[in-house]
Design a protein around this ligand. Structure first.
Ligand SMILES: O=P(O)(O)OC[C@H]1O[C@H](OP(=O)(O)OP(=O)(O)O)[C@H](O)[C@@H]1O
Length: 237
């Protein structure tokens, strides 16, 4: 880890602690993290930065659990099992915290491009792309006017309806490492289409990440297609 990476990790840990502090006292934060309340106070107020080891622990362990809990609290299911995750995907600051936690938790290859599906995957994709200093590409269900060449991936869904995603061809170059992300994986049909787009582009898949996995069908499907790490921040049964 070079100096800039260390500084970035330290600042991410401070951002995680500040978010946790919004709804907790320093004593509660101390119980949660195992760190002394006085040190936490100095980190949250920006007087001192946590050392690299502490910072990593905050981001990957405390941060992961706390963000997963926060995610559960912000997601609602209706009677038919559909998910309302607007409380998460509309909150770019929250997603900006998720990105370093995801990167610390799963061993994704550092991507050149983060690939997602419009619409709800875009804000998570932007957070992940910004964290990795990568480009963002999102496939859409319609063709963008004025774009001449597309990579298309089509599939007949279990429902019988055909779903096609289109990505402007120049968005991914052959040999790019692609991290596929989405807000939600349920059946895995969308992930399969995104992974097929990466394959058609002759890209290498560096990982698959989702905020929410509903059941394990979609995650299993993604793991059948790629050997890269496939991870979710939270799984709902
Ligand atoms: O694993 P799957 O069964 O494919 O489901 C996951 C997909 O469903 C949602 O998108 P949706 O198709 O509702 O489009 P939207 O993002 O525009 O709402 C979600 O954003 C994922 O892309």
């Amino acid at each position: 880890m070079n100096r800039a990476e260390k500084a970035a990790l330290q600042l991410q840990a401070v951002a995680v602690l500040r978010t946790l502090k919004e709804t907790r006292t320093y004593e509660e934060l101390s119980t949660l993290t195992g760190l002394p309340a006085g040190d936490l106070n100095r980190y949250v107020n920006g007087h001192v930065l946590p050392g690299a080891d502490r910072a990593r622990e905050v981001v990957s362990e405390v941060g992961r659990d706390a963000l997963a809990d926060e995610l559960v609290a912000r997601v609602a299911f209706d009677d038919e099992g559909y998910v309302d995750n607007s409380g998460v995907v509309f909150d770019q600051s929250f997603l900006d915290l998720v990105a370093p936690v995801a990167a610390e938790t799963f061993e994704f290859a550092s991507p050149d491009v983060v690939l997602t599906a419009a619409t709800d995957g875009i804000t998570l994709g932007a957070a992940m792309a910004s964290f990795f200093d990568a480009r963002l590409a999102y496939a859409k269900k319609s063709k963008e006017t004025a774009v001449e060449e597309f990579i298309e991936s089509r599939q007949r869904l279990a429902s019988g309806i055909e779903l096609t995603y289109y990505l402007p061809k120049r968005a991914i170059e052959a040999g790019d490492t692609v991290l596929v992300v989405d807000d939600l994986i349920r059946s895995g049909e969308t992930q399969e289409l995104l992974l097929d787009i990466a394959l058609q582009a002759d890209a290498d898949v560096g990982g698959v990440f989702t905020l929410i996995a509903v059941g394990d069908e979609g995650m299993r499907r993604a793991r059948e297609i790629t050997d890269a790490p496939v991870g979710a921040l939270t799984t709902f049964e």
